[in-house]
Design a binder for this molecule. Structure first.
Ligand SMILES: [Mg+2]
Length: 274
């Protein structure tokens, strides 16, 4: 018997790039819930942002935040797993945000690169930049393991900046809207950890893992699953996925493409009859 596990990016994938709505994916989300197929949210968003979306989706599964910086596993979800003392059983996988901010501040003082990180913005400025409400902007700034920034300097300095971060043990990832400074983790880190836990949990079943994403920061996640799905985007260049699996490319954009891909996969791996 097959057991599907779905990992998904949010902005530009499950959520519309412009209005952050998942309405166009409602049918597929409902089908996954009806079949109790785990749907793991995995994005650059913070836990505070994702918790609200999880409530909205009626989602009770683990989730990966800040590009693999941390994973949250609801207490008791995997019965034999040791629990942490952090809220929602949080496990930090990447770098500590305070250390990232100290490094960024040091680079700015020394090199005078023109960039703006979330920490430098007031909630009002962040709301204006992201198009989020004030409360949503506050949730976006409650980070534990990464820092988004906008780059206002030259392409040449961007290469130097990336190199300086690398020397400090940090990496720079390009997302749909921002660059993200983080430790040596990416979305794949959380995916690999959870796949192992599901493999133990669903011992008697054959796991079929799926990941959906639209941008270069989804590459790692797409490369570690059985069915990588590249969601069409008009805002981002597509991720380059190096895998031996066949890649599913949607011809619809964002949540509409998401809906289409999940319904197609469910048709192929329907668990109802199994
Ligand atoms: Mg995206």
């Amino acid at each position: 018997m097959n057991q599907l596990i779905i990992f998904t990016d949010l902005d530009g994938t499950l959520l519309d790039h412009d209005n952050y709505s998942w309405a166009a994916a409602r049918e597929a989300v409902g089908e996954l819930r009806a079949r109790q197929i785990p749907l793991i949210l995995n994005s650059s968003k913070t836990a505070a942002e994702m918790e609200q979306l999880r409530d909205d989706l009626g989602n009770t599964h683990p989730f990966v935040v800040e590009n693999g910086g941390a994973v949250y596993i609801p207490r008791g979800y995997f019965p034999k797993m040791p629990q942490s003392h952090q809220p929602n059983n949080m496990q930090l996988l990447g770098s500590d945000r305070q250390e990232i901010l100290a490094t960024l501040q040091g680079i700015k003082l020394k090199k005078d690169y023109q960039f703006t990180s979330f920490a430098e913005l007031s909630a009002q400025e962040l709301a204006a930049l992201t198009g989020l409400s004030l409360d949503a902007a506050k949730r976006a700034s409650m980070r534990v393991s990464s820092e988004p920034l906008t780059w206002q300097d030259s392409d040449e300095n961007l290469i130097n900046f990336r190199q300086t971060l690398h020397s400090a043990g940090l990496r720079l990832l390009k997302g749909g809207r921002f660059y993200h400074v983080m430790g040596q983790t990416d979305k794949a880190t959380g995916v690999s950890l959870l796949i192992e836990k599901y493999r133990t949990f669903y011992q008697a079943r054959t796991l079929v893992t799926v990941a959906l994403g639209d941008a270069p920061n989804d590459q790692g996640m797409l490369e570690c699953v059985d069915i990588p799905v590249v969601i069409k985007s008009t805002k981002s260049e597509p991720p380059i996925v190096e895998t031996e699996q066949s890649i599913l490319y949607t011809d619809k954009i964002g949540p509409e493409g998401w809906n289409q891909a999940i319904l197609q996969i469910l048709k192929q791996y329907d668990q109802k009859e199994a």
